[in-house]
Design a protein around this ligand. Structure first.
Ligand code: GLN
Length: 364
């Protein structure tokens, strides 16, 4: 039941019961396990446009966090029998085991077109309340994503460390606003040890590990609510410690530089979004999961409290800001996911850019 009253009937998939959230669609044809376990999908009911989901089962290696985060799951045709050499289980059974309410047999193409025309909106899925009027009333009583402050609900309870692989080169303090495992994995491959901090950490907490750089993670919710991490980012910028932000982290760094953020109509979620890197002139195919974006002018150097800043990356579908680069302090961001698993890997170079930025600052 969507908040505008449009209803889709289907079969129970995963757990029975009832769930509510923001209905969003993702166009990724692979990587459903990574999608489900991405904390940025907290409070969102994910609609998969790919018609068949679950074909390769689930495995022990691909989770991006230690649980499924989506509030609900909408698919067309779930696999009746998974088959893959890495598969250790069935997706429907895993959804059920984790209490995730889903629905199958839905015309996900019609649902996606509806969301694309009218925008992301609240939704409910129920196997218990089949009365449209009462379900609709409860959908409308749910909180909206605009104004949602969710970092405290997804962040780590205490600090932990992911060690560098091979020789240790640098130490990064990462603020966990909903981090995905592949971020620290990508850094570890480059000799970086990452200390992952709870969202409420202060600048002194971060400085206690003597970081060579700070990372602001992806995460769920409305960046306009993230005043505490924005203040922290401003302190990091003032200290000229290298700073890299991904997605939610990009929005926070954008706000720290003085930009506003706004909600997109239906967001970018998928793994084939074209992004133009203005620093190289190259187009990369990238993974996205964002419903908000930074509001900044595209083709000019913008004067901020921390010197000139330019938009470094732009989405070629709709000209949305996909990255920022500070010219006078060592800080940059991307709104999309260079750490993307199951790929694509075009944007992997951004982790090299981060390490090169740290190298440059250290060499001074
Ligand atoms: N993946 C993310 O970090 C998402 C950021 C933010 N919650 C958005 O939807 O835009």
């Amino acid at each position: 039941m969507l908040e505008d009253g449009r209803t889709f009937h289907g079969n129970s998939y995963g757990a029975e019961g009832e769930t509510f959230g923001e209905a969003v669609f993702t166009t990724g044809m692979t990587g459903y396990q990574e999608t489900l376990t991405d904390p940025s999908y907290h409070r969102q009911v994910v609609v998969q446009t790919a018609p068949q989901i679950g074909n390769t089962g689930v495995n022990a290696e691909d989770d991006e966090s230690d649980r499924i985060w989506v509030a609900g799951y909408v698919v067309r045709d779930p696999a009746r029998r998974p088959s893959n050499w890495r598969s250790t289980g069935d997706l429907g059974e895993r959804l059920e085991a984790e209490g995730v309410v889903g629905i199958s047999g839905v015309d996900t193409r019609a649902l996606t077109r509806h969301l694309r025309s009218l925008g992301a909106m609240r939704v409910g899925i129920s196997t218990v309340d089949l009365d449209p009027a009462s379900l609709l009333a409860r959908v409308k009583a749910q909180p909206e994503m605009t104004g949602a402050d969710l970092s405290a609900e997804v962040t780590t309870a205490s600090r932990y460390t992911v060690e560098a692989v091979g020789e240790h080169r640098y130490t990064v303090a990462a603020l966990d606003l909903g981090i995905k495992r592949n971020v620290s994995r990508r850094l570890a491959e480059r000799g970086v040890t990452t200390h992952i901090f709870p969202a409420s950490s202060t600048i002194d907490d971060l400085l206690a590990v003597s970081p060579d750089a700070v990372f602001l993670s992806p995460g769920p919710g409305d960046p306009a609510t993230a005043d505490v991490p924005v203040a922290l980012a401003r302190e990091v910028l003032s200290r000229r410690t290298p700073l890299f932000g991904i997605c939610f982290g990009s929005q926070i760094l954008g706000r720290a530089l003085g930009f506003g953020t706004y909600k997109l109509g239906y967001g970018h979620r998928g793994i084939n979004q074209p992004v133009f890197d203005k620093t190289t002139g190259k187009v990369e195919v990238t993974s996205h999961n964002h419903g908000f974006a930074v509001d900044a002018p595209l083709n000019t150097v913008i004067d901020t409290d921390f010197g000139g800043v330019e938009v470094s990356h732009v989405c070629l579908n709709d000209n949305v800001v996909e990255g920022l680069r500070a010219l006078e302090v060592p800080a940059f961001t991307v709104q999309y996911h260079p750490e993307a698993a199951a790929g694509p890997h075009d944007a992997d170079y951004l982790f090299d850019r981060f390490v090169e930025l740290v190298e440059k600052v250290e060499a001074r």
